[in-house]
Design a protein around this ligand. Structure first.
Ligand SMILES: [Zn+2]
Ligand SMILES: [Zn+2]
Length: 304
């Protein structure tokens, strides 16, 4: 029995949204209102990630005044620099930046900026890749990334381009070891909040503990359903979860296996159908069509 670290690390799961905007950039609710919105909805933490651009005076929005005993925040920003293969500015999610993070100089490129964020301690994710047509070469250029944003609620609502798994699966197939994250990217001009979140397993509700767990991949992503445990049991992967109609395991290329039911709360899926894939990931879908996604895991890492 080899559990995935995300389900076996000390502590408990904390629910959070990693990507959100406020009136400090281009959204319509104040930082206090945004924090109250998530706090009142039962979230444990929030990263307010306003657009880090000159036109907004390079905000690292200070959400520290809105922390309570049961709700915390991580400082961060969505950072921008030229330019993707389609000639657009990069959108890079950086969670865990210092309040005095230096403004982006005009000559800094996206990959350089991502590396500077990571060096400053941030969890770095390639934001909404489908929304603006990132290629796999773009994805590979952001060498500092910890994750790809694989579900972005506002992109789903506004452009039907909320999915980032196509890019991440392609990067995994080329041997890159990155994680996934689901976020809202809420701007509050439409129904773009409470759609995608992460469940981070950490020893306490402390911003630094959450950030350490994020960078270690000790979390899963969801639109609502819960994942309770995932572990390797010989030539099978065993999963327990909130009631689902599909539980699936996906590997490299078309390698996949799944079971269907009405209210499945566990599964024992054989590894063999993945046909030697070095990695796998778990997805559950509930009766309302909502998904939960594990991070990718690698069999060589599980077996050490
Ligand atoms: Zn963006
Ligand atoms: Zn955004």
């Amino acid at each position: 029995m080899t559990p995935l670290p995300a389900f076996n690390a000390p502590g408990r799961f904390y629910k959070g949204n990693l990507h959100t905007h406020s009136t400090a950039s281009d959204a319509v609710r104040s930082p206090a209102d945004v924090c109250a919105t998530y706090r009142d909805a039962g979230y444990d933490f929030l990263a307010l990630t306003d657009h880090f651009q000159a036109r907004y005076n390079f905000p690292i929005t200070d959400t520290r005044p809105f922390r309570t005993n049961s709700f915390t925040t991580i400082l961060g920003a969505e950072v921008h620099a030229p330019k993707t293969s389609l000639g657009e500015i990069w959108h890079i999610l950086s969670v865990g930046l210092p309040p005095d993070f230096a403004p982006t100089p005009p000559e800094e490129t996206g990959p350089q900026l991502a590396a500077r964020c990571a060096a400053a301690g941030a969890f770095v994710a390639i934001a909404h890749p489908a929304w603006y047509g990132l290629t796999i070469e773009d994805g590979e250029a952001i060498a500092a990334a910890h994750a790809v944003e694989t579900y972005n609620r506002t992109s789903a609502v506004r452009t039907d381009r909320g999915d980032g798994w196509a890019l991440l699966d392609a990067m995994l197939a080329r041997g890159h070891r990155l994680n996934a994250c689901a976020t809202d990217d809420a701007h509050f001009k439409c129904n773009d909040f409470f759609g995608g979140f992460v469940m981070v397993r950490a020893p306490s509700l402390d911003p630094d503990a959450l950030l350490t767990a994020l960078k270690a991949g000790h979390y899963y992503s969801s639109q609502g359903p819960e994942l309770h445990s995932i572990h390797q049991d010989g030539d099978h992967i065993a999963i327990t979860c909130s009631p689902a109609t599909t539980i699936m395991m996906l590997g490299r290329g078309s390698g996949a296996t799944q079971i269907f039911g009405d209210t499945l709360t566990s599964a024992r899926l054989p590894i063999e159908p993945l046909r030697g894939s070095p990695h796998a990931r778990i997805v559950t879908i509930d009766a309302n069509g909502k998904h939960a996604w594990s991070n990718p895991f690698w069999f060589d890492a599980l077996n050490h």
